[in-house]
Design a protein around this ligand. Structure first.
Ligand code: NAD
Length: 322
């Protein structure tokens, strides 16, 4: 008999992850507050459910992939939530990126019910989810990690046990501060090259091939140059993650000045109405700081500042002329 999975949260990440689990031979029943997301799972060969209880009925493994800690607390610990009807012995994997304290709370509540719990936030973005090559950072017990291996193999390329409950979330926070900082600096590199009148596309090709190279340059340089900020990973979610990173720093009593700066830039993006845009929209923030707005926006950039549509250099030359 094949392993049955109840999957809660079929958004940008959960939807392709659930589809990959179906593809790998698991029986997947899924639930999302948003009905079209449930229909997508059905189209991929899974079973749609009308509630959390229905999705996890008879499940050997329960998975959540939800936006933030309040959603996980409500969907797992709240009324009508996962832990109301989950069977003892079930493996529960939370792939969401949330604060470590909530993961610890969920692990304790699970242990009290005989449920085996892992926090397993991922990186790799929507493309990594679609391709089934996510990196999975796991907190929990070694034997539970071993039991989850077939699930991790179906959705990811690498998975590592990083320590006890909550540890996966701390590693994910570290991941997010590096990703945010990289976007902020790639954005500044684009602003500099365009303002100086050099060929930014050729310049980014050179950066991508040298020591400055990164997955972000590899995957996102073309869309950033085109000002295509369709998510992907929303600024609002990255704002949540920077909050987790700063809280973790406070708890660990360490000073992370770069992280604080990147968090402020992401906050600025939200204040400029970019919360629903991809985190590569940090480029708009960098442009606004220099009074320029680069190339006019293509799809997905409509939420950017009111100055969009003028060329980067026109803003600068106007200022120089005054
Ligand atoms: P999303 O907003 O696209 O998806 C979340 C889904 O959860 C939505 O479809 C929503 O309807 C559903 N939901 C919320 N509360 C629910 C409930 N009580 N019951 C059922 N469904 C519920 O978000 P996403 O981009 O898929 O991100 C999910 C998590 O993965 C977040 O923690 C995010 O930080 C993390 N993450 C995202 C990316 C990315 O590139 N998008 C990459 C790595 C990690």
């Amino acid at each position: 008999m094949s392993t049955r999975i109840g999957f809660i949260g079929l958004g940008i990440m959960g939807s392709p992850m659930a589809a990959n689990l179906v593809e790998a031979g698991f029986e997947v029943a899924g639930y999302d507050l948003n009905a079209p997301n449930v229909a997508k799972l059905e189209a991929a060969g899974g079973t749609g459910a009308a509630s959390i209880a229905e999705a996890i009925d008879g499940a050997d493994v329960v998975i959540t992939m939800l936006p933030a800690h309040p959603h996980v607390a409500a969907a797992v610990l709240g009324e009508g939530g996962v832990f109301e009807s989950i069977k003892p012995g079930t493996l529960f994997i939370d792939f969401s990126t949330i604060r470590p304290e909530t993961s610890v709370e969920v692990a304790k509540a699970g242990a009290a019910r005989g449920v085996r719990v892992l926090d397993a936030p991922v990186s790799g973005g929507e493309k990594g989810a679609i391709d089934g090559v996510l990196s999975i950072m796991v907190g929990g017990e070694p034997e539970v990690f071993a039991a989850a291996r077939p699930v991790f193999d179906a959705v990811g390329k690498v998975a590592a046990l990083c320590g006890p409950a909550g540890s996966g979330q701390v590693v994910k926070a570290a991941n997010q501060l590096v990703v945010g900082g990289t976007y902020a600096l790639v954005a500044e590199a684009i602003v500099l090259m365009e303002a100086a009148g050099v060929d930014a596309a050729a310049g980014l090709d050179m950066l991508a091939g040298g020591l400055a190279g990164s997955r972000i340059l590899e995957l996102k340089r073309a869309s950033m140059l085109a000002r295509d900020f369709k998510p992907g990973f929303r600024i609002d979610l990255h704002h949540k993650d920077m909050g987790i990173a700063l809280d973790a720093a406070r708890q660990a009593e360490v000073a992370l000045p770069m992280t604080s700066l990147v968090a402020t830039l992401i906050q600025a993006a939200r204040a400029q109405g970019l919360g629903d845009q991809d985190h590569s929209a940090l480029l708009s923030v960098a442009e606004n700081l220099s009074g320029s707005s680069g190339s006019s926006g293509t799809s997905g950039s409509s939420g950017s500042s009111g100055s969009s549509g003028t060329s980067g250099r026109s803003g600068r030359s106007a200022r120089k002329a005054n």
